[in-house]
Design a protein around this ligand. Structure first.
Ligand code: GTP
Length: 337
């Protein structure tokens, strides 16, 4: 089956935009070691033939070692450091490997979730499954540890446990689409009629991360956004480990209120990992908040930003997976192989 090259290109472009200054190159290699596509970190253009040659000589010896690993099962996700560069390898399905070349001084930790998510998207493109080439705006907390540089060693990135479970809560004004997002994520369904949520419903959903040999179970607590429920919000927020702040891109007021939601949540659970979501992007002509505003707010409160549509399902899975990766990032280890 023919691979959608245009989509691969679009994906690499998004990826480059996300990693920016630390990126030397991002390369998609097939299992035979051939470069399928690559983007240079400085110019953002597809790399020229001669540069591909240079990259091949950098990446090839490491790939050979990884390929040996592949033949005895799966390699998953790993790193390799040289004096000049730091490489991240992510298995992208059966057919490809996604290689990120970073500057020698770059940190692996913040890049890793994005690289992993991108590799998953590449796998989908190779399989001909539907996928959006959009990469969420990632802003990582500085709390996590960092995988230290270790020159000339091939290392596997793993989660410390096979399974994690986190309580996830949602914040945001009434009608922004919190319940619809959760339903979309949990059952892949969308309910058209509006029923203001009363009380709390609890749903569970597992995300599997193959390359990390781990899974995350979200226990999702969904509560009404109406202010009259403020009394019970404290117990709703208690012990939450993850949260999604949602606003409606067609109502500016809901965007302005995010700051209040943020403060209220942080007051009850200061250690929570949060993600900011601008929902209802299918209503493009009714937009009152643009992407730049969303990203600026995310930067201010130091969380990642994703734009979604619970109606079409666009980026819903990515939003939850991104949050899951952010959470287990704290529990990664890199083992020598
Ligand atoms: P509360 O329970 O009041 O807090 O609301 P909520 O944030 O849970 O919103 P809900 O999921 O109930 O959605 C509110 C309305 O917006 C419903 O009519 C949904 O069908 C609609 N809606 C939700 N997401 C989207 C979306 O992405 N696009 C469009 N066009 N409509 C949406």
């Amino acid at each position: 089956m023919a691979v959608d090259r245009e989509k691969l290109k679009a994906l690499l472009k998004w990826y480059r935009q996300e990693i920016e200054e630390d990126l030397v190159a991002a390369i998609i290699v097939n299992r035979e070691g051939l470069i399928m596509d690559a983007v240079s970190g400085t110019t953002g253009k597809s790399v020229e033939e001669d540069v591909v040659g240079g990259l091949s000589s950098l990446v090839e010896p490491v790939l050979n070692r990884i390929t040996k690993e592949f033949s005895s099962g799966s390699f998953g996700t790993g790193t390799f450091d040289t004096d000049e560069y730091r490489l991240i390898f992510c298995e992208a399905g059966e057919h490809a490997v996604f290689v990120t070349v970073l500057d020698a001084l770059a940190m692996i930790d913040p890049v890793f979730p994005v690289a992993y998510l991108t590799a998953e998207k590449i796998a989908r493109i190779f399989d001909g499954r539907p996928v959006s080439p959009v990469i969420p705006k990632i802003i990582t907390s500085r709390e996590s540890g960092e995988i230290e540089k270790s020159v000339d060693k091939l290392r596997k990135i793993k989660a410390k446990a096979d399974e994690y479970a986190f309580k996830l809560i949602l914040g945001g004004d009434g009608g922004v689409g919190k319940t619809s997002m959760v339903h979309r994520f949990v059952e892949n369904s969308f309910q058209q009629d509006y029923k203001a949520t009363i009380g709390t419903s609890i749903m569970k959903k597992e995300c599997n991360f193959e390359g990390l040999e781990s899974s995350v179970r979200f226990v999702i607590w969904d509560l009404a956004g109406q202010t009259q429920f403020r009394r019970i919000r404290k117990s709703y927020l208690a012990n939450a480990e993850a949260g999604i702040l949602v606003f409606d891109v067609t109502r500016h007021k809901t965007y302005e209120n995010i700051q209040n939601w943020y403060e209220e949540i942080k007051e009850v659970t200061p250690k929570i990992s949060l993600l900011l979501v601008g929902n209802k992007i299918d209503l493009e002509d009714q937009r009152e908040v643009n992407r730049e505003e969303g990203e600026a707010l995310a930067e201010e409160i130091e969380v990642s930003y994703v734009e979604t549509s619970a109606k079409t399902g666009e980026n819903i899975d990515d939003a939850f997976r991104m949050l899951a990766l952010e959470m287990i990032k704290r529990f990664f280890t890199a083992e020598e192989v």
